[in-house]
Design a protein around this ligand. Structure first.
Ligand SMILES: Cc1cc2nc3c(=O)[nH]c(=O)nc-3n(C[C@H](O)[C@H](O)[C@H](O)COP(=O)(O)OP(=O)(O)OC[C@H]3O[C@@H](n4cnc5c(N)ncnc54)[C@H](O)[C@@H]3O)c2cc1C
Length: 291
């Protein structure tokens, strides 16, 4: 089989079988039959990079009908195998949250990668430096999973638990983005336009009569995965957007954000930059909400 030879060569000769699953049930039963030596293949972006030490069988899930994008009750429901490009080109996704998905996904790497990478793959890979995990947390996205049983969980809750274990024996089928009366904005700093983030922030606000009625603030690539800052969200409630408020919030972010060093950036730089990024994102979100 030509496809098996090609895939196996790509993975250093370790892959013995390549399956194209017809539906979620087949993907699950293959996953279970491999007992840890099988992997679901969506865009393949991470699987191509990873060592795949134990994996001998790949299960292609791109033809199981999970590439849909639909508006649902003011929110958005996206099939796990929808590619980033598909979302970027979807008018429904473009309307969501003041255009936040277009902004975040447009900041991910380069178009050829976005043509392959899927939203479900990004959720499961959960790179700490990723922009998508930060946005999923900020937006209150919910993952729908098929495993032993069907389950729904906020991505934020999954990331707080032993999510890698969960994903080993389940298929993410959909990601549900709830409706928000307001807008979000995303900020990212990388060494180049297409580089991964040294730090990112995804923030949203809703306004009523000029006052902030809800706020969501998440910072990622700290270098840990994106996390919300509840105290900062609380401090924004009932306040009126102004330069003085953004300055105060920037200082609070610097005091509260948990950051660390890695080979890409230092703790002090991350702390200071987090305040700046959150301010910028909130300012843009407030401007979008008001228009
Ligand atoms: C060079 C490079 C630059 C990048 N830059 C950025 C960036 O700037 N910002 C950013 O946010 N991200 C970035 N990424 C990460 C990118 O978003 C992810 O690698 C990509 O989205 C993974 O999706 P995939 O469909 O290719 O996953 P795959 O490689 O197919 O799968 C990844 C993992 O998820 C599992 N999986 C896939 N789909 C499912 C499913 N439906 N249910 C259960 N398990 C599943 C697979 O088994 C595998 O373990 C970058 C990656 C690379 C390689």
């Amino acid at each position: 089989m030509a496809i098996l030879r090609t895939v196996s060569a790509m993975y250093g000769g370790r892959i013995q079988r390549f399956h194209v699953a017809r539906d979620v049930e087949e993907a699950l039963s293959l996953l279970s039959a491999y007992a840890g030596a099988g992997a679901l293949l969506a865009g393949g972006v991470d699987l191509l990079r990873g060592p795949l030490v134990r994996v001998t069988g790949l299960i292609d899930i791109t033809r199981i009908g999970l590439s849909t994008v639909a508006e649902t009750r003011g929110g958005l429901t996206v099939g796990a195998t929808a590619t980033l490009t598909q979302l970027l080109e979807s008018p429904m996704a473009a309307r969501y949250g003041g255009g936040i998905l277009a902004q975040v996904l447009g900041d991910v790497a380069v178009p050829p990668l976005r043509n392959m990478a899927t939203i479900g793959g990004a959720l499961v890979s959960a790179h700490p430096w990723g922009d998508i995990p930060t946005a999923l947390v900020a937006l209150g996205a919910e993952a729908h999973l098929h495993g032993d049983k069907e389950a729904k969980s906020l991505v934020e809750d999954l990331y707080r638990g032993q999510f890698r274990k969960v994903f080993r024996s389940s298929v993410v089928t959909e990601i549900v983005f709830p409706p928000w009366e307001g807008a979000f904005a995303h900020e990212k700093v990388g060494r180049t336009r297409s580089d991964i983030a040294l730090l990112n922030a995804c923030c949203g606000v809703g306004l009523r009569d000029g006052s902030i009625v809800w706020a969501r603030v998440a910072v990622g690539a700290r270098p840990d995965r994106g996390e919300r800052l509840p105290e900062v969200e609380q401090a924004l409630q009932g306040r009126t957007p102004s330069d003085a408020l953004w300055k105060e919030i920037g200082e609070l972010v610097e005091a509260r954000v948990e950051v660390g060093d890695d080979r890409r950036a230092g703790r002090a730089w991350r702390r200071r930059t987090a305040g700046v990024l959150v301010c910028r994102a909130l300012k843009r979100a407030a401007r979008r909400t008001a228009t």
